[in-house]
Design a protein around this ligand. Structure first.
Ligand code: FES
Length: 226
């Protein structure tokens, strides 16, 4: 059937419509003859290959696959969760350890009057001195004008009996010796000869400043530094 014959039929008549339909089918067939139809057979699951078999027959197999997939993903998620919680707990543990290092607790009864204790606080040497009445009287009577780094004894301790000092020389950072030097109950740094009194104030030698007083409080029979 040619296009010329089709257009020769009167417009709107049944013959015209039949001829138009036939021509368009012919045209459609002609246009698609060179395009191969894709074959999806290789991608189909067994359950969908046979059109006359119900999918229920393959349910068990499909469920095993789905459950294995979901189970595997759940196990991986639980494992990842466990790792995260472990890391978090480890992190908190480190914080606890660091906090423990930042606080030093000393039983006051362990340091008799007139004795000193050397311990550590935050990785630094810590001097704890239980001062005698004589030492307290002598340090409180010191004329501030005679000091290189003027500071009254009572401004350096919570209670006159206890002097809590960071044991690092303010000259070049050596560790002074306790109960040594020219001042009773004081400290002496042998590196370059600095003398500190029992209040930790620099009295002789090159050190420019007093020893640092460590932050502390007394709770019952315990001294807590930090
Ligand atoms: S470091 Fe102590 S006197 Fe120099």
């Amino acid at each position: 059937m040619s296009f010329a014959n089709t257009v020769r039929a009167p417009l709107g008549t049944a013959s015209f419509k039949a001829r138009i339909g036939a021509v368009s089918c012919l045209a459609r067939r002609n246009y698609h003859t060179d395009i191969p139809e894709p074959d999806f057979e290789a991608y189909r699951s067994n359950s969908s290959k046979q059109a006359n078999v119900s999918r229920d027959k393959f349910d068990a197999k499909r469920k095993v696959y789905s459950y294995t997939l979901v189970g595997g993903a759940s196990a991986a998620t639980v494992y990842m969760g466990k790792e995260i919680v472990q890391d978090l707990v480890g992190y908190l543990d480190i914080n606890d350890a660091a906090r423990a290092l930042a606080i030093t607790e000393i039983k006051l009864n362990d340091v008799p009057v007139g004795k000193s204790l050397l311990t550590t606080w935050k990785g630094m040497p810590l001097f704890v001195r239980h001062r005698t009445e004589a030492e307290i009287k002598a340090e409180q009577a010191v004329d501030l004008l005679s000091l290189r780094d003027p500071q009254h004894d009572s401004d350096r301790s919570l209670t006159p009996e206890w002097m809590i000092l960071v044991g690092v020389c303010t000259h070049l950072g050596c560790i002074p010796l306790q109960d040594q030097g020219s001042f009773a109950g004081g400290m002496y740094c042998p590196c370059h000869g600095s003398h500190y009194d029992s209040s930790g104030r620099i009295r002789k030698g090159p050190a420019p400043l007093n020893l640092t007083v460590a932050p502390h409080k007394i709770k019952g029979e315990y001294l807590i530094v930090g």
